[in-house]
Design a protein around this ligand. Structure first.
Ligand code: SF4
Length: 358
């Protein structure tokens, strides 16, 4: 197991980023911030999927004003995402947000950054300096020619200098590009020089399989170097999907544990049952379980009994029948049409102490 880099602990509401705390998961609302009901719906879905911190964009004054109710009703700490107008950061602080995210490329003069930082300091609210390859300060971009890892690191350093100048140290940093390799290099530079906690992500990673793979490769490589205190997976998809992907990355990196994991048969000619439908039904009916457990759904006798035996619960399908396993022991021989129902009943009975029928 790799050693995680030591970083400072930064408090965001009731979540700690850095200082050896579990790597937290973040996502972001994808509806107008003024539509408070929809923002809170997305926040709740993210919470249920395993999210720890939720961010909202603040593009105008009406959005900043909506924050008050969002903060009050939210099940998660709220981060206000500010670009261009430092006054929106001040309004967001007034609304009670738990953290600010500002972008050094567009927030304006150092004086404006300092005004925001002074107010954040008075309220003990941390600031994430979010450096993005797509919006670096012009002079840095001209000097380096492209948004290279060195240029991104330079932008982060500059903003840290401004905040430190007024004694503000309640800082989280993110340095992101849509290229996993450039993001990794920039974060490695940063982690060698500073101990501020790092928010990791591959920005604008994309859609579906491409976005998931870009994020998985980038985040896993940084996490395996011991870098990273909080993560956000940026997908062209619903916020809760970002959370599901992030939590699986952390699970397989051995950094967090989250509810149910299904080990399942990819299917071949040996399998006569509709295992895909069984997998989907079992997942839908057990995904709310918070305790860590594995469920194996296997299509034949080749690897089926072995995997099912090793899992907490499992089925190994055969001809028209399946063997149902619990904690390594065969519980019953069941009809192939009853597999999903019996397996779910068995899991819920064990973890809830009662039988639940669909
Ligand atoms: Fe094929 Fe059996 Fe493997 Fe499923 S578990 S892919 S049916 S060999």
């Amino acid at each position: 197991m790799f050693r995680r880099k030591d970083t400072r602990a930064i408090r965001v509401g009731d979540v700690i980023i850095g200082g050896g705390a579990p790597v937290s998961v973040q996502s972001m609302a994808k509806v107008p911030t003024t539509d408070v009901r929809k923002v809170l719906e997305q926040c709740l879905l993210c919470h249920d999927a395993g999210c720890d911190i939720f961010r909202v964009s603040v593009p105008d004054e009406a959005s900043a004003k909506a924050l008050k109710e969002i903060v009050k009703e939210s099940s998660l700490p709220i981060v206000a995402d500010i670009h261009f107008d430092y006054r929106l950061a001040l309004l967001s602080l007034e609304a009670g947000v738990h953290k600010l995210r500002i972008n050094p490329g567009n927030i304006g003069s150092p004086e404006r950054v300092k005004i925001v930082a002074k107010e954040a300091k008075a309220r003990n609210v941390p600031i994430r300096i979010g450096v993005n390859a797509g919006s670096l300060p012009n002079d840095i971009l001209q000097r380096y020619g492209h948004p290279t890892p060195e240029a991104m690191f330079e932008a982060a350093k500059r903003e840290i200098f401004i905040l430190r100048d007024i004694g503000f140290e309640n800082i989280v940093i993110s340095i992101k590009s849509s290229s996993p390799n450039e993001t990794i290099s920039a974060n490695m530079f940063f982690a060698e020089k500073y101990d501020y906690p790092l928010h990791l992500g591959i920005t604008e990673a994309g859609f579906g399989h491409q976005g998931i793979i870009a994020s998985t490769v980038g985040l896993t490589r940084m996490l395996s170097l011991g870098i990273g205190d909080t993560v956000r997976v940026s997908l062209s998809d619903e916020p809760y999907m970002e959370v599901l992907v992030a939590r699986e990355i952390l699970r397989f990196a051995g950094l967090r544990e989250y509810g149910v994991r299904i080990i399942s048969c990819p299917k071949c000619a040996r399998c006569e049952a509709d295992t895909f439908a069984i997998v989907h039904e079992v997942w839908e009916r057990t995904k709310h379980i918070k305790k860590t457990l594995t469920i194996a759904i296997m299509g034949c006798v080749v690897n089926g009994p072995g995997e099912a035996k090793e899992a907490d619960f499992g089925v190994a399908l055969g001809r028209r029948h399946a063997l149902l396993f619990k904690k390594g022991k065969i519980l019953a021989k069941i009809d192939e049409n009853d597999v999903a129902q019996r397996l779910v009943e068995c899991v819920l009975e064990f973890y809830q102490g009662k039988k639940t029928v669909k």
